[in-house]
Ligand binder design. Structure first.
Ligand code: HEC
Ligand code: HEC
Ligand code: HEC
Ligand code: HEC
Length: 382
């Protein structure tokens, strides 16, 4: 049976493949990614690929500086997330952040000219502090997703104050009757690659803690509760996954059994970790900033602009085509060490002093003992 025939049976796959590849002009190239005859293939447009390569070049890094010398926390007054860097590294990172986030506005996007750098006057500086911790946390604790390449501010921002691809909780359009429009058969939203599907799959799966499940695992519908509505939300999310990464469904799934983890590619597991990471970013880091964001940075329901797969990936299967982002900026690789309690620190220091003193006394005793022994042995020899 030809691969094309197989696709007729795997209806969803055929539809998606057409949607994903149908807009690019021929010629197309096909790469087999799984067992022969299972429809596990990726369709590429060499022309589109060239555009992706051109759009994913990483700017040159600022020359590295020494990690020696006084720490930023010893010199500066209000450093919570970068205090463990040397002053040189700290200054280099400020310059890099400026390049990545506010190349046009410069330092003054976060600091007020004429005021001390330690002041937290601008909301942008407070957001930046949260962002620094969010980036450090991704690199330290989400190796299952970003491990290898790592991420910096540039991965998302690319020279923009706010990354190009963000989302806020959707307000569904309404029918003339006043009923909420579920967006069936209305294909005009970029969020899910213009599919006729619910246009905000993000609130359910990248903010709330839901697993995207469609298939039941029993022959009869006993206890399996995926409604048509929630199924549409899952497919909408999947359209976003494919679109955000610039890949077919078969990059992650075996289209003969979408639900089976055993038959999926390892990329699907990686995507699952990505989904959990994005949920944490949105809930733990970004949502709390909402308390002090200006209204023009909020969505129609007053929530902060959030992360989805496209925020980092921007159409590439790996952001910036897998460039190692941490090699030049290892300072963003881990969270700042937890601040130490001054009382505990004083006790530790005292204990160390006592231990040193005891050791010194023991050393003196041993020395005099061995001197006595030497005396004694010398006495014997002569
Ligand atoms: C995108 C926002 C942003 C930009 C742009 C930025 N900074 Fe900062 N700056 C911060 C944040 C956030 C902190 C606090 C870091 C912390 O809490 O560890 C900070 C802290 C500082 C401090 C330490 C002040 C103190 O005493 O606590 C200095 C100095 C500084 N920045 C200099 C600069 C310079 C110079 C530039 C331009 C090259 C710059 N910054 C650009 C966000 C920014
Ligand atoms: C995973 C993607 C991601 C990464 C990585 C990231 N950001 Fe952001 N950034 C966002 C999103 C989403 C917003 C909008 C949310 C908000 O305003 O709180 C944002 C907003 C900001 C803003 C507010 C700008 C404005 O005009 O309102 C600043 C400043 C900022 N980021 C700085 C940084 C810095 C500095 C880093 C690196 C340490 C960084 N970001 C890394 C996604 C990211
Ligand atoms: C980047 C990887 C990736 C791509 C591309 C992708 N998926 Fe998924 N898919 C996943 C992950 C991960 C899950 C499970 C999500 C969860 O656990 O919440 C999933 C779940 C599903 C499910 C639910 C399975 C179940 O257990 O019931 C279906 C159906 C599905 N995907 C179909 C598709 C279709 C159709 C496409 C192409 C339009 C697609 N997927 C593209 C990663 C991917
Ligand atoms: C904070 C940035 C960031 C976000 C957000 C993000 N990713 Fe990734 N993703 C990465 C990085 C970095 C890599 C490359 C890691 C490496 O070097 O192996 C990657 C790799 C992947 C891969 C492996 C691709 C391959 O072929 O090797 C998949 C699949 C993937 N991401 C899916 C997703 C999905 C789905 C989402 C949204 C739920 C998502 N990612 C959100 C940063 C991100």
């Amino acid at each position: 049976m030809k691969i094309f025939d197989m696709k007729l049976f795997a209806g969803a796959s055929a539809l998606a493949t057409l949607m994903l590849s149908g807009c690019d002009l021929p010629p197309q190239e096909t790469v087999q990614r799984g067992y022969r005859g299972t429809g596990m293939e990726a369709v590429y447009s060499p022309e589109a690929l060239q555009e992706i390569v051109a759009a994913n070049q990483v700017p040159a890094a600022i020359p590295a500086v020494s990690a020696e010398g006084p720490k930023a926390a010893d010199i500066y007054q209000n450093v919570e997330v970068l205090g463990h860097l040397s002053v040189g590294e700290f200054t280099r990172l400020m310059a890099a952040i400026t390049q990545w986030v506010s190349p046009e506005q410069g330092c003054n996007y976060c600091h007020v000219a004429g005021e001390g750098f330690e002041e937290d006057t601008l909301y942008t500086k407070k957001v930046a502090r949260v962002m620094i911790a969010m980036t450090q946390n991704a690199n330290q604790n989400w190796g299952a997703h970003v491990g290898g390449a790592g991420v910096t501010c540039y991965t998302c921002h690319r020279g923009n104050n706010v990354p190009e691809q963000v989302w806020t909780i959707g307000v569904a359009p309404r029918h003339a009757s006043g009923h909420v429009h579920q967006m069936q058969n209305v294909a005009h939203q970029a969020s899910n690659a213009y599919a006729s599907l619910p246009f905000d799959p993000f609130t359910r799966y990248l903010l709330e803690d839901n697993a995207a499940r469609v298939a039941g695992d029993t022959a009869l519908p006993t206890g399996h509760e995926a409604s048509i509505e929630s199924t549409e939300y899952v497919y909408s999310l999947m359209m976003h996954y494919s679109d955000a990464l610039g890949v077919n469904c078969t990059h992650c799934h075996n289209s003969r059994a979408f639900a089976s983890w055993e038959q999926s590619n390892s990329e699907r597991v990686k995507a699952w970790h990505g989904q959990q990471m994005v949920k944490e970013m949105n809930n733990e880091y970004i949502n709390p900033t909402n308390a002090w964001l200006p209204a023009y940075r909020q969505g129609p329901l007053g929530d902060a602009q959030k992360v989805n797969c496209a925020t980092c990936h921007q159409g590439a299967y790996q952001p910036l085509l897998g460039a190692n982002m941490l090699a030049d900026y290892p300072n963003l690789g881990a969270l700042a060490p937890a601040p130490t309690d001054p009382v505990e620190e004083a006790i530790d220091a005292m204990e160390e002093m006592v231990e040193d003193a005891v050791e010194a006394i023991q050393g003196m005793e041993m020395e005099s003992a061995s001197l006595e022994q030497e005396d004694a042995s010398s006495g014997e020899a002569y």
